[in-house]
Design a protein around this ligand. Structure first.
Ligand SMILES: Cc1cc2nc3c(=O)[nH]c(=O)nc-3n(C[C@H](O)[C@H](O)[C@H](O)COP(=O)(O)O)c2cc1C
Length: 196
């Protein structure tokens, strides 16, 4: 069964919860399955190394996941209007995959979470698209035929799925945010099935 790689970084759980909704959407497409993976945090070389396997949650991504996936969805918290360093660090290590065209022609989407409503969701989503374009992915967002895109009072954008965690850092997506995250997963999986 072809997999859609749902690859994310999350420190406080918001992006992780959105990732699970994206994965649910992937699973709603007949014959498609989601492969949830994360990336380790980055730290100065003087800091003690993390264990090679996370204590909980999704396993760390491996190069084979990129090779094997039929499409991918990248998620990151917003950090000053941009993707977080751990995801960028992983992406910056993909020179070999870029050279061999591992991701060329594969559909891809993006998702994020912020504290504030206008805290840079769209710039973060766009920042994640840039390396995907260099890798030859076919970028897809969420079309306005998804009715909740026009009515959401929090996250969910045509650029990709999103969550507004607020100053209390509430990781739980709203109903609109969850529906739109599932729509993104379904869309990438549907495109992968058609392109494959
Ligand atoms: C260094 C740093 C920079 C951040 N920059 C922004 C920002 O530009 N805009 C914003 O709204 N939230 C910002 N945040 C808040 C996170 O994006 C927000 O808490 C997010 O929901 C965290 O996702 P997570 O729970 O998956 O880790 C920042 C947080 C940190 C630690």
């Amino acid at each position: 069964m072809p997999d859609i790689l749902v690859l994310y970084y999350s420190r406080n759980g918001s992006v992780a919860r959105l990732a699970r909704q994206v994965a649910r959407g992937v699973g709603e497409v007949p014959g498609m399955a989601a492969r949830l993976r994360t990336v380790p945090p980055v730290a100065p070389v003087t800091r003690v190394a993390e264990p090679p396997v996370p204590e909980s949650g999704a396993p760390y991504v491996e190069r084979a996941d990129l090779d094997e996936c039929a499409g991918l969805v990248l998620g990151s918290p917003t950090r000053f209007g941009n993707m977080a360093a751990p995801l960028k660090h992983f992406v910056d290590g993909l020179g070999a995959e870029w050279a061999s065209g591992t991701l060329v022609g594969k559909p891809a989407g993006v998702f994020t979470s912020t504290t504030s409503m206008h805290g840079g969701q769209e710039s973060t989503l766009l920042s994640m698209m840039l390396p995907l374009l260099h890798h030859g992915c076919v970028i897809a967002g969420i079309p306005f035929t998804e009715p909740r895109l026009a009515t959401t009072r929090s996250g969910g954008t045509p650029y990709g799925a999103s969550h507004v965690a607020g100053t209390g850092d509430d990781p739980e997506p709203s109903e609109d945010e969850a529906v739109l995250a599932r729509a993104l997963g379904r869309r990438i999986a549907t495109l992968a099935a058609r392109l494959g």
